[in-house]
Ligand binder design. Structure first.
Ligand SMILES: Cc1cc2nc3c(=O)[nH]c(=O)nc-3n(C[C@H](O)[C@H](O)[C@H](O)COP(=O)(O)O)c2cc1C
Length: 171
């Protein structure tokens, strides 16, 4: 069976809403839920898994949560090989106050991991989202599950549920 891990960078825990749903849906052990700020040691930890659920809220001008910054650089600079792995992306943002870069962290992480050879899964239609710009958008899709608890918390349960159904079909 594929080994599944969740790696999440979060400031206030909002992105954990998605992580918690993944734990339940895929019966993931709590030891395989890695908070990037508290539990992450090095890139080898990521390489232990066949399926990676990669989460980050978005900061600054569309940046990943700070806990991801060094790891993203290491994966890119050291050309770490994620070939054969499936990767799905999620995270929280704010489509009104930061609609110029809504959930762009997902797009940045998508770029890093797919360049490193991983197969991205779990893209969702961007229908129902309103924002100016996002690096997470590819064509008429978002690369993963973006949630906005500031403005659209009513849509979050459905967004997560739909994404998880999609993942089940792609795994
Ligand atoms: C200084 C600052 C910058 C932010 N920049 C962005 C941004 O570029 N894009 C976005 O979608 N959200 C942005 N946000 C909103 C956060 O991503 C949002 O509050 C999110 O829910 C935090 O999730 P977390 O608790 O998982 O860290 C920003 C928030 C702050 C305070």
């Amino acid at each position: 069976m594929s080994k599944m891990g969740i790696f999440v960078g979060t400031a206030g825990g909002t992105s954990m809403k998605v992580a918690d749903a993944l734990v339940e849906a895929f019966d993931i052990d709590e030891n395989d839920v890695i908070n990037m700020e508290d539990d992450f040691d090095d890139v080898d930890q990521l390489l232990e898994y066949d399926v990676l659920f990669i989460g980050s809220s978005t900061w600054g001008q569309g940046d990943v949560h700070f806990s991801w910054v060094d790891t993203v650089l290491e994966i890119e600079d050291d050309e770490i090989d994620f070939g054969g792995k499936k990767v799905a992306f999620f995270g929280a943002g704010d489509s009104k106050k930061h609609g110029e870069h809504f959930c762009s962290a997902l797009g940045k992480l998508y770029k890093t991991f797919t360049k490193a050879g991983a197969k991205a899964i779990g893209a969702i239609p961007k229908e129902g989202y309103t924002y100016e710009f996002s690096l997470a958008q590819k064509g008429d899709k978002l690369v993963g599950c973006a949630i906005d608890e500031h403005n659209e918390s009513d849509k979050t349960p459905q967004r997560i549920e739909m994404w998880i159904e999609k993942l089940k079909n792609e795994l």
